[in-house]
Design a binder for this molecule. Structure first.
Ligand code: SF4
Length: 314
């Protein structure tokens, strides 16, 4: 039996050098993930990271754990299957805003209503960075980044409001350039029992010259006060205290949704909404009380010795 040792962020480093552009917010998210997993003392072999396509899709390559770099918009269904097969894994699905809110929009909505115990991290920079900066679903109407010929004529979606409506039981927003608060919210998301989503404001200095680190820091404002502020520092209460109380759930969803539309001189980050509700795993256990609860690979499968097959990959 493996002896658990104290995990350090460096234990989650791989030999692969991240090839993101200098100043990219992805570095902050990567550091926050490594720090959060280490602080929770989760062993790397107990973690699975799953990504879609885009700059953020490379993240599993840089985290020393099990990892899957999947197809565009498909990190959530793959993560769902993996978590159902092995409920003992800490599963982190991740991808960009184009990947998750555009191509993978159907999976984004339906993962919320299932409430499987996993975490979804969205690197939200308003553009498709890997393919030269086309506008993504979160870029606002009238915005024209330096990679666009004309301003966007489409409205943006509000991922926080959609996540709350879809049924996510932990809905938060992070900021990639504030690694400590990003790490703290990630720890809470991983500890949450149910599907957690963190929409992360992530500057892309190469293609998005509007929502930059300077913009979030409020450098263009007469007051020079940072736009990004923490909900918890203003006494905002995101938690549903009685999950049986439908009125409280509606009131908390309404308050969180109203806050999610705040965008201008002030932009809230932190936890918008949290409720403890039965997970998809609980549903399966009730439906099939005789089903084994251990991970699939630990169950006995008479006549299905896969040793020879696995031996080919050694
Ligand atoms: Fe980061 Fe943008 Fe470069 Fe992609 S293109 S690595 S999002 S700075």
């Amino acid at each position: 039996m493996a002896i658990a040792t104290e995990v350090k962020p460096a234990d989650y480093r791989t030999d692969i050098h991240p090839d993101w552009c200098p100043g990219c917010g992805d570095f902050g998210i990567l550091n926050a993930i490594r720090q959060a997993l280490a602080e929770l003392n989760i062993q790397p072999h107990d973690v699975l990271t799953v990504s879609g396509i885009g700059c953020s899709g490379k993240t599993p390559h840089y985290i020393k754990s099990y990892g899957l770099h999947t197809l565009h918009g498909r990190s959530l269904p793959v993560a769902t299957g993996a978590k159902l097969a092995n409920g003992e894994l800490t599963v982190l699905a991740m991808g960009g805003d184009g990947d998750g809110y555009g191509i993978g929009a159907g999976h984004f909505v339906n993962a919320g209503r299932r409430n499987l115990d996993m975490t979804y991290i969205v690197f939200n920079n308003g553009v498709y960075g890997l393919t030269k900066g086309q506008s993504s679903p979160t870029l606002r109407r009238g915005d024209k980044t330096k990679s666009m010929k004309e301003p966007s004529i489409q409205d943006n979606i509000n991922p926080i409001a959609i996540a709350i409506a879809a049924g996510y039981t932990f809905v938060a927003r992070g900021y990639a350039m504030d690694v400590k608060s990003m790490k703290d919210i990630l720890i809470r998301a991983i500890q949450h029992r149910g599907t957690a989503i963190i929409d992360v404001l992530q500057p892309c200095p190469v293609y998005n010259d509007l929502q930059t680190a300077e913009f979030y820091a409020g450098r263009d404002l007469a007051t020079a006060i940072p736009r990004v502020y923490k909900l918890e520092e203003e006494g905002f209460d995101p938690r549903v205290h009685d999950p049986e109380d439908g009125d409280e759930i509606i009131a908390k969803k309404v308050a969180a949704t109203a806050r999610s539309f705040e965008w201008g001189d002030r932009i809230p980050i932190g936890l918008f909404y949290q409720v403890d509700l039965p997970t998809l795993g609980d549903g399966f256990a009730a439906y099939r009380p005789d089903a084994p609860t251990t991970a699939m690979h630990k169950q006995a499968h008479p006549g299905q010795d896969v040793t020879r097959v696995l031996g080919r990959f050694r």
